[in-house]
Design a protein. Structure first.
Length: 262
């Protein structure tokens, strides 16, 4: 096994995690939009249970990896020293409206498109084109205009809520993190009591926990198994927007990046 290159581990791990997410998402109908509608309509049920399970498993698993020293979450894009409140607010609103109008989140449409749903395929194509245009295309121009709006430079190590709160409260960050994790688990338990414990709820909860565990698994694959000190890459986990745009770009420019076969 020592002969396996880090890049091979990265590809194999990504393939396995993608397959697991696809199967679990297909079986459970896992979708953030559905969970949001349950909250809006005040009828918490299967989707809320799934998202609560996924949230707790993802946060606890990710922080456990970070605290163990196996990964450094500050190397990801999420913990920079610049907090772009304006861009995050505008981007979140645009993405949220799109999610409601298309009747599904990006992850749900990805799963449905893999099952042959043409509507979801059109949504994914539109998502990929707009994402790539925003990252590197014509929409990058207004993005650069929006980015400085309400942009806050943080003096502390990163923009994590625990780091910011510990600095302002004069509390050790590790102690505060432990308190937050315990509080999160308690909130999760209380929410389950409120939702109920019927068989469909238990099923959705279990699937949600498994999906949430794919997040720290992705951190481990990109940060440990797939890490190459000679060709280091950014620490990443499950994400669905930029990869769709990059996939379209790869399909369109494949032969332009290497010798075209004759």
């Amino acid at each position: 096994m020592e002969s396996v290159e880090p890049r091979d581990w990265l590809l194999l791990g990504a393939l396995l995690i993608g397959l697991l997410f696809g199967v679990l998402g297909r079986l459970s109908g896992f979708c953030f939009r559905s969970a949001f509608l349950e909250v809006q309509e005040r009828r918490p049920g299967r989707q809320i249970a799934a998202w609560l399970g996924a949230l707790c498993a993802a946060v606890v698993g990710s922080q456990a990896l970070s605290m163990s020293g196996l990964i450094d979450l500050s190397q990801s894009i999420y913990l920079s020293q610049s907090l772009a409140l304006g861009a995050l607010t505008i981007g979140g609103l645009v993405f949220g409206f799109g999610m409601i109008l298309t009747r599904g989140c990006g992850a749900r449409h990805l799963v449905l498109a893999a099952g042959g749903n043409l509507r979801s395929l059109i949504v994914l194509l539109s998502l990929g084109l707009s994402a790539y245009a925003t990252l590197r295309g014509i929409l990058a121009v207004p993005r650069t205009w929006i980015a400085p709006i309400a942009n806050i430079s943080i003096e502390s190590a990163d923009q994590s809520l625990v780091t910011l709160a510990s600095a302002s409260l004069a509390v050790d960050a590790d102690d505060l993190l432990a308190i937050v994790l315990v509080a999160l688990v308690l909130i999760f338990a209380l929410a389950l009591v409120r939702i109920g414990w019927q068989t469909p709820i238990r099923w959705s909860l279990g699937v949600g926990v498994l999906i949430g565990l794919l997040v720290p698994a992705s951190w481990y694959v990109t940060g440990v198994l797939g890490f190459d000190e000679f060709e280091p890459s950014r620490l990443e986990s499950l994400t669905f927007t930029a990869p769709v745009g990059n996939s379209l770009q790869y399909l369109l420019t494949y032969t332009g990046e290497r010798a075209c076969p004759r």
